[in-house]
Design a protein around this ligand. Structure first.
Ligand code: NZQ
Ligand code: ZN
Length: 394
């Protein structure tokens, strides 16, 4: 039976985006709208090495702000770090949290924002029980240095609870979006290639998670195919020529669009690859995009038969597979093969072993994975089979 979609949604995007080589020029006028206590949240030092830290501090000082520093935010930020930031926010009556970094720093800033004035344990309330946020939140803004997560224009916040060995994501309503985000593609030029290509697969995965579900004719699917084509094209250029500004700009803007609710409005979605990766990350601390790539290949090779027509469409529209003289199965699988070739060409890691997983971890990861699914809701046993396939992959 045909399943048809009715467009029926509310969409709001309250983030102001300043994009381009001079985007930072807008920081001081934005700061004028906030009080004097600014938390400067950042990672383990990349922004000190490339000079961005000094530039931002100079602007904050010139604007007469008190700076409350929260350094050393780790990749895959922990709830413990969130609590450290929440205490600092309360003690210093922080008026704005300015996150300078990749998705981890921005996610951590949002988590601090909802947690600082939360009554009770924020982890349980907001990441386990998904309760609506009923306390004061502190505005967040971002200066992005890594293209991938889309955290700069969404309400997403993915946090790892080390004690529970759980990595949980939540997309908060748009009040939690950064108020403004500064996107200068030049900031991404200092990224190691490993992080650049991890971000590339992350943005692609966000699009595929929204795409592989439903049998209806949805505007979003056409947007997704277009964005994927742009990402594939720009990635090939950026891998060969990392300083290509046009390609890096396209990737930065594509990633912002890719992980935004606008791509999946009124649409059934999948997100199982992300659910598996989150637990993989909780156990191995691997780079998010690499974990996604490792899981995606065996996952899609297993799941395609439950959504065959969509995988055929994917092969033709995104990877240019010629269907002449082939069965639907062959076309669908050729599309996944093309994706694998692309993954290899970019140097994206697809072996769980290489990402730090051990054989003993696999059942623990499978049994703690949230089971969602687009074309099929997997069982923990099926997740384990997918992990085993990723474990022996090259
Ligand atoms: O710590 P620093 O020194 O800043 O170094 C970082 C880090 O080591 C480095 N880096 C960032 N920008 C750089 C740079 N190095 C040199 N030059 C630059 N310009 O890159 C490393 C990784 O940074 P991280 O922020 O962890 O990467 P990413 O942006 O991929 O974020 C990953 C986190 O976001 C979550 C992931 O699960 C993971 O925890 N996600 C967030 C989402 C959201 N908010 O919507 C959705 C995603 O699906 C994802 O789950
Ligand atoms: Zn992701």
């Amino acid at each position: 039976m045909e399943k048809r979609m009715n467009l029926d949604f509310t969409y709001q995007n309250p983030t102001t985006i300043y994009f381009g080589k001079h985007a930072l020029d807008n920081l001081s006028s934005e700061l004028a709208s906030y009080g004097e206590n600014i938390m400067l949240a950042y990672g383990k030092g990349a922004i000190k090495k490339n000079g961005l830290y000094d530039q931002v501090v100079a602007i904050l000082k010139k604007s007469g702000k008190n700076i409350v520093e929260l350094p050393e935010i780790m990749a895959n930020p922990t709830y413990e770090k969130v609590m450290e930031g929440a205490t600092l926010v309360r003690e210093n009556s922080v008026d704005l949290i300015l996150a300078v970094g990749g998705g981890s720093v921005i996610d951590c800033a949002k988590a601090i924002s909802v947690s600082a004035y939360c009554e009770g344990d924020a982890w349980t309330r907001y990441w386990l029980k998904f309760e609506p946020v009923d306390n004061k939140i502190v505005p967040v803004a971002s200066i992005l240095t890594l293209a991938g997560t889309g955290s700069e224009m969404n309400g997403g916040s993915v946090i790892t609870n080390d004690d529970m060995r759980l990595k949980m994501g939540r997309v908060f309503p748009s009040e939690m979006n950064p108020k403004f985000s500064i996107l200068n593609p030049e900031y991404t030029l200092t990224l190691p290639e490993y992080q650049m290509v991890s971000g590339i697969f992350d943005m692609m995965s966000h699009l595929m998670e929204a795409y592989f579900s439903g049998e209806d004719d949805v505007t979003s699917d056409y947007l997704i195919e277009g964005l994927l084509c742009s990402i594939i094209n720009s990635s090939k250029i950026a891998v060969k020529d990392p300083n290509n500004y046009e390609a890096r700009s396209n990737l930065m803007w594509s990633s912002t669009l890719a992980m935004n609710p606008i791509m999946g409005l009124s649409k059934a979605q999948d997100w199982e690859v992300h659910m598996i990766e989150h637990q993989l990350g909780a156990y191995t601390d691997c780079a998010h995009g690499m974990g996604l790539a490792a899981v995606s290949l065996p996952y899609y090779r297993y799941i395609y038969k439950f959504g065959l027509d969509k995988f055929v469409r994917f092969a033709k529209q995104v990877w240019g597979v010629d269907e002449a003289g082939k069965t639907k199965e062959q076309v669908a699988l050729e599309g996944i093969d093309e994706m694998e070739k692309f993954i290899k060409e970019c140097g994206i890691v697809t072996s769980l072993k290489e990402l730090g997983a051990t054989e003993e971890m696999l059942p623990l990861i499978a049994n703690s994975t949230v089971l969602l699914g687009g074309y099929k809701v997997l069982t923990a046993e099926e997740v384990l089979e997918i992990l085993k396939a990723a474990y022996v992959a090259e």
